[in-house]
Design a binder for this molecule. Structure first.
Ligand code: FES
Ligand code: FES
Length: 162
């Protein structure tokens, strides 16, 4: 077994330390070491976006990032999206808009959409479609997802969101 590396990072605002093998992806670490199983493994090769998390605010495919690269970074996963008992407007709008079916892609869409709204609270439909182009869904046909992100953006701009 390969020697493990000690990594110190921040996940969802909390300091976290873990040991991982140099070959392990951040997705493997999140799911298998830290038991944060909200981030999903779809393709495991950077094509589907189901594993999207934010690293220092930037959306990344966590299957393409090594766990050791989390050293010193601030990671946000789907588990950190809701605040206390309150869903983030994106989560609420996905639910209300039935923007999911099997749900495998949903955490990735939510995290990618959060990164977009953090950067641009007034995205056009084109901006949303462009920004989410790296996230694939086999179930919904995308329109409900786009509508949900638009609805969440409206709520964010009305001050409903954090
Ligand atoms: S599981 Fe990472 S991009 Fe598909
Ligand atoms: S809801 Fe099934 S893949 Fe998107």
């Amino acid at each position: 077994m390969a020697k493990k590396t000690h990594v110190t990072t921040t996940i969802n605002g909390e300091p976290v330390e873990f040991l991982c093998e140099p070959r392990q992806s951040l997705l493997e670490v999140l799911r298998d070491v830290l038991r944060l199983t909200g981030s999903k493994e779809g393709c495991n090769n950077g094509n589907c976006g189901a594993c999207t998390v934010l690293v220092d605010g930037v959306p990344v495919d966590s299957c393409l990032v090594l766990g050791v690269e989390a050293e010193g970074a601030a990671i946000t996963t789907i588990e950190g999206l809701a605040c206390d008992a309150q869903l983030h407007p994106l989560q609420q709008c996905f639910l209300e808009g039935a923007a999911l079916q099997c749900g495998i892609c949903t955490p990735g869409f939510l995290m990618a959409a959060k990164a977009l709204l953090d950067r641009d609270p007034h995205p056009s439909e084109h901006d949303i479609r462009f920004h989410l182009a790296g996230n694939l869904c086999r179930c919904t046909g995308y329109d409900k997802i786009i509508r949900a992100v638009q609805a969440a953006a409206e709520q964010v701009n009305e001050g409903v969101a954090r």
